[in-house]
Design a protein around this ligand. Structure first.
Ligand code: FES
Ligand SMILES: [Fe+2]
Length: 407
């Protein structure tokens, strides 16, 4: 980790401790309204695909999901089929999951493969995306295999996470967009963590589904039967470019069980354990949240909210990672946690967003509102608007340099 990133972790933590001490909750300057079309309009969604999902670095996998050469994972992101695979050289790559003969997917699901053989006519591709075999080559005719490898997307693997830009012509350096935030995440040490489990949940418009990750206002109400009605509803936000952190503050000012910052109280900074510096929820723009849990050992759930083929569809992929190998008891405890979180999102958050979508589509409700206590939502939607309003030719550095105001 760069010294600036370590410094930033301490600065964030000191600021949060000071806020907890005074009970002061930072609020957005005003209540804002968002037009309903943001959630329902196909033209808006097309722009989001072009100007966000094909332009912004997307965190697609944890490094430990591709833990050895040949380990692969397929995904469909806003209608773009993607194949992630680790090569013999240890490098993670991302490809369009499409055979260069006649566009059949060359892989399904996830697993480990020495090569990818197309299920249609049998062409095969290496783990580095190169075309290595053309069935009945003498009959097919003369083409240059070097020019017909899988279409490759730029990838950056950093802090144990794998990002890709779904534009083959995008520059390979993502640092302008990831900034110090990705560097700070390096302190988790995800490159040495272990893949536990994956849960895929179907949902509605990707922004409606993601909104539920960005505030705690709804916790004691929508989740009264799971997290409980006593749960506080206050979040403190810390913004880092397009990304941000949020911490659960419980009833005004009080730290809660979600946040292990209380372990630092009364200790001089030199004696601080590292782990609480990573507490709270980490939001990677545009569609990922990372939450820490300590049931069955230290772990995180990475939630990726992936747009589907239309404005009204998404999937939420919850990937559970754990820091150390687990014994049976820990695995059982972690399984319970993973099932619980899946239950909360599948049976409480996502049905709510389905209902919202139904109403928004009726055309009568013209806008939704984000309160002064929902700064993270304001920040997220401002960044969506910022990206969507800047045409594709605008480089990422400029997009970040011209950042919208903070809430
Ligand atoms: S489409 Fe892949 S071999 Fe024909
Ligand atoms: Fe929720």
């Amino acid at each position: 980790m760069k010294p600036e990133a370590i410094q930033q972790l301490y600065t964030d933590t000191e600021e949060m401790l000071a806020l907890q001490e005074t009970g002061y909750v930072r609020q957005a300057r005003q209540v804002i309204k968002l037009d309903t079309a943001q959630y329902t309009d196909e033209a808006q969604f097309s722009l989001e695909k072009e100007r966000i999902f094909k332009r912004i670095p997307l965190m697609l996998a944890a490094s430990c999901e591709l833990n050895e050469p040949g380990a692969y994972k397929t995904m469909d992101i806003a209608g773009i089929p993607v194949l992630l695979v680790r090569g013999k050289d240890g490098e993670a790559r991302a490809f369009l999951n499409s055979c260069t003969h006649r566009a059949s997917p060359v892989a399904k699901g996830c697993g480990k493969a020495a090569r990818f053989t197309c299920p249609y006519h049998g062409w095969s591709f290496g783990r580095e995306g190169n075309l290595i075999g053309i069935a009945s080559r003498e009959d097919f005719g003369d083409i240059d295999p070097d020019e017909h490898g899988l279409t490759r997307f730029p990838v950056q693997e950093q802090s144990g996470l794998i990002w890709a830009i779904l534009d083959p012509d995008a520059p390979a350096d993502f640092s302008a967009f990831l900034g110090d935030f990705a560097e700070m995440l390096g302190g988790f040490g995800f490159e040495n963590w272990h893949f536990g489990k994956r849960t895929v949940l179907e949902g509605t418009n990707w922004k409606l589904a993601f909104d539920a990750h960005l505030e705690f206002y709804h916790l004691p109400v929508l989740h009264r039967d799971t997290f409980g009605p006593e749960m506080g509803n206050v979040a403190q936000y810390q913004y880092h470019g397009p990304h941000f952190r949020l911490r659960h503050m419980g009833k005004r000012g009080e730290p809660t069980g979600f946040d292990n910052l209380s372990r630092l109280h009364g200790l001089p900074r030199e004696e601080w354990p590292m782990e609480p510096l990573f507490s709270g929820e980490w939001i990677l723009f545009p569609n990922v949240s990372i939450n820490s849990f300590f049931q069955g050992g230290r772990g995180v759930i990475l939630s990726q909210v992936i747009p589907g083929k239309t404005v009204g569809e998404s999937v939420t992929i919850q990937t559970y990672l754990h820091e150390t190998p687990q014994n049976d008891e820990e695995r059982t405890a972690a399984d319970e946690l993973v099932s619980f979180i899946a239950h909360v999102v599948r049976d409480e958050d996502l049905p709510m967003s389905q209902d919202q979508q139904h109403i928004l589509r009726s055309g009568y409700q013209k806008f939704v509102q984000f309160g002064r206590n929902e700064g993270g939502l304001q920040h997220f939607h401002r960044w969506v608007e910022h990206c969507v309003s800047a045409d594709e030719a605008r480089p990422l550095e400029q997009l970040v340099a011209a950042a919208p105001d903070l809430p």
